[in-house]
Write a protein that binds this ligand. Structure first.
Ligand SMILES: C[S@@+](CC[C@H](N)C(=O)[O-])C[C@H]1O[C@@H](n2cnc3c(N)ncnc32)[C@H](O)[C@@H]1O
Length: 214
């Protein structure tokens, strides 16, 4: 069930505000870039930060950096010796991401990789405490299968946009050519049946799937 605008505004007003830096990054992304709604934004950003504070991860992986908003949120809750690897294929975003990571004083804790996540992942020999999958949705399952063996037992994965603009709902009839929608639906169904994990589907924003590896 969707929140009314009034209820959404009330929820936002009772969620800790973004830092001035995140607010600036959010605004700048919306003013200067196409597809700015891909950015996690205030409520989801605070949730990512809160989850990270709960987990206190030492190793975090993010697939799909965009302008760096969610990476900065996830880094907030890392352990003191924590390190976040984030992967973005669009090289045009690199200088902006690095500028904000530097301004946030997080250069030593956030490592940016420019390239296709499928290629970069093979070179990262880490055991992940927390993984945020937020790249090209058609490859959710590829990323999940590549990463799950490297997640520690009891570790977490978060997968964004699992509602996919409500196109995953049974009442919606996608065109046969809408491969993204079929992929997101199949991925959600697969995780639901996957004995290796426990999962909670959070209908926040465009849907966030919380997954814990058993
Ligand atoms: C939804 S946005 C990420 C938003 C960001 N995580 C946030 O919450 O602010 C998806 C990003 O994934 C990147 N991307 C798409 N396919 C990719 C791939 N195969 N490898 C790495 N990055 C990819 C896109 O360029 C885009 O910047």
């Amino acid at each position: 069930m969707y929140l009314t605008d009034e209820a959404q505004a009330y929820a936002d007003q009772h969620t800790t505000p973004e830092s001035a830096l995140l607010a600036r990054l959010n605004r700048e992304t919306h003013v200067q870039l196409l597809h700015a709604r891909m950015l996690s934004g205030h409520a989801q950003g605070r949730l990512l930060s809160m989850l990270s504070h709960m987990v206190r991860p030492r190793r975090v992986l993010e697939l799909g950096t965009f302008t760096g908003y969610s990476a900065l949120c996830l880094a907030e809750g890392m352990a003191e010796d924590g390190l976040l690897h984030t992967v973005e294929q669009n090289a045009e975003l690199e200088s902006r991401i690095r500028r904000y990571v530097r301004e946030a004083g997080q250069e030593h804790r956030i490592q940016l990789h420019i390239g296709d996540a499928r290629n970069v992942l093979g070179g990262l020999a880490e055991t992940w405490d927390l993984v945020f999958i937020d790249a090209d949705k058609i490859n959710n399952d590829t990323y999940y299968e590549l990463v799950l063996p490297q997640v520690r037992p009891g570790g977490f994965l978060l997968i964004d946009n699992v509602l996919w603009g409500d196109k995953v709902l049974p009442s919606y009839s996608p065109k046969a050519s809408d491969k993204d929608t079929f992929a997101v639906r199949a991925f959600n169904d697969k995780v639901q049946a996957d004995e290796r994990v426990e999962n909670v589907f959070l209908p926040l924003r465009d849907g966030l799937l919380l997954v814990r590896k058993r």
